[in-house]
Design a protein around this ligand. Structure first.
Ligand code: HMG
Ligand code: MG
Length: 309
């Protein structure tokens, strides 16, 4: 395979994962999760969202999470902010990076942000400007790039338009989100190639939910097209409360396992990461859907049985 020598993994489990939990996860568990993840060598850990607590009550404690967090030097901790209110809260909490999040389809934009695509871009403009002025890096997301839960197919030109608009606003990087995990590798490769006609490829990332089991293949297909940044979620946690049918992201363990096998550098210690997901399984009271986590935990139990027996 023709893969880049090094990939930046953006860990989104504490945000994309925990925003979708049916119950509320205790603040100290969230903080423990983020700190454990950052200790595995991940360079970027998306920590939480400063969105309306009416919309996402699971992350209503964003300020408390950041106040309690011991940040490691060299690790970035982006947070989602939809509007200036979110930015004010995030700046007050001392964040180093924020992310605005738009969509390529009107139905999802309405469901997720309560406004049209163009109105959401208007909402983001002062957020990006003020964050940049404050020296805070801004990332952008475009959701529903491979399909929308409301309209089905999403034209590639719509993804191109929103991605270019976010870059024009001043986003340093745009992550292309297959929110409901319906994309396939050839589709993702064609999409990335099309978007890269307008935007430098080193400013693109991919964010593949694994709903149809395509997350890893889709992410690798994007790497073959020249992308070097990918979002993933420890243990495969995740989903979006406003995207019917969306399940977890590509598990970070599945991604790192594949990249380790190809000799691609990520800086992440896979065994340490699996330890974190094993700990998180206990906190959430259910097993991780990641095949790499499941296989490794089973193997560890087997070898412990052999040693003790
Ligand atoms: P709205 O209802 O249009 O805004 O929501 P509003 O101005 O009418 O405010 C509603 C209430 O929220 C008001 O409070 C505001 O003060 C408050 P009330 O007067 O009713 O007591 N409010 C806020 N409070 C705290 N922080 C804020 C904030 N903003 C308003 N920032 C809004 C508009 C954008 C705020 C809302 O639609 C929202 O929060 N949406 C976020 C939804 C969300 O977080 N979705 C999940 C993340 S996106 C995702 O998962 C996809 C991604 O992973 C990529 C992929 O997979 O494709 C990124
Ligand atoms: Mg997502």
């Amino acid at each position: 395979m023709d893969l880049p020598a090094r990939i930046t993994v953006v860990e989104v489990g504490p945000r994309d994962g925990l925003q979708n939990e049916p119950g509320t996860v205790a603040t100290e568990v969230k903080v423990g999760f983020i700190e454990r993840l950052a200790a595995t060598g991940l360079g970027v850990v998306e920590a939480t969202s400063f969105v309306s607590p009416r919309w996402v009550p699971q992350l209503a404690d964003a300020a408390e999470v950041l106040a309690a967090l011991t940040r490691r030097s060299g690790v970035r901790y982006p947070v989602l902010v939809p509007n200036e209110r979110g930015l004010d809260r995030a700046l007050e909490a001392g964040v180093d990076e924020v992310a605005v999040f738009g969509a390529a389809s009107e139905g999802f934009s309405q469901a997720n942000l309560g406004r049209s695509i163009d109105a959401s871009l208007e909402m983001f403009a002062p957020v990006v400007r003020r964050a940049t002025d404050a020296g805070v890096r801004v990332r952008g997301y475009v959701s529903t790039v491979c399909g929308c839960p409301f309209q089905g197919e999403v034209p590639v030109d719509d993804v191109r338009r929103v991605t270019a608009a976010l870059i024009d606003l001043g986003c340093m990087e745009v992550s292309l989100g297959d929110t409901i995990g319906v994309g396939t590798p050839a589709q993702v490769q064609d999409l990335v190639t099309a978007v890269a006609a307008d935007v430098p490829i080193d400013r693109l990332a991919v964010h593949c939910h694994d709903t149809y089991g395509q997350g890893l293949a889709n992410t690798l297909a994007a790497f073959e097209a020249g992308v070097t940044v990918a979002d993933a979620s420890a243990g495969g946690l995740g989903g979006c409360p406003y995207a019917p049918g969306a399940t977890g992201n590509l598990a970070t363990e599945d991604l790192v396992y594949a990249l380790d096998g190809a000799g691609v550098e990520t800086g992440v210690d896979l065994d340490a990461l699996i330890d974190v997901s094993a700990w998180m399984e206990q906190q959430l009271g259910r097993p991780s859907p990641s095949r790499v986590v499941r296989a490794t935990i089973a193997k560890r139990a087997q070898s412990e049985g052999t040693t003790s027996g």
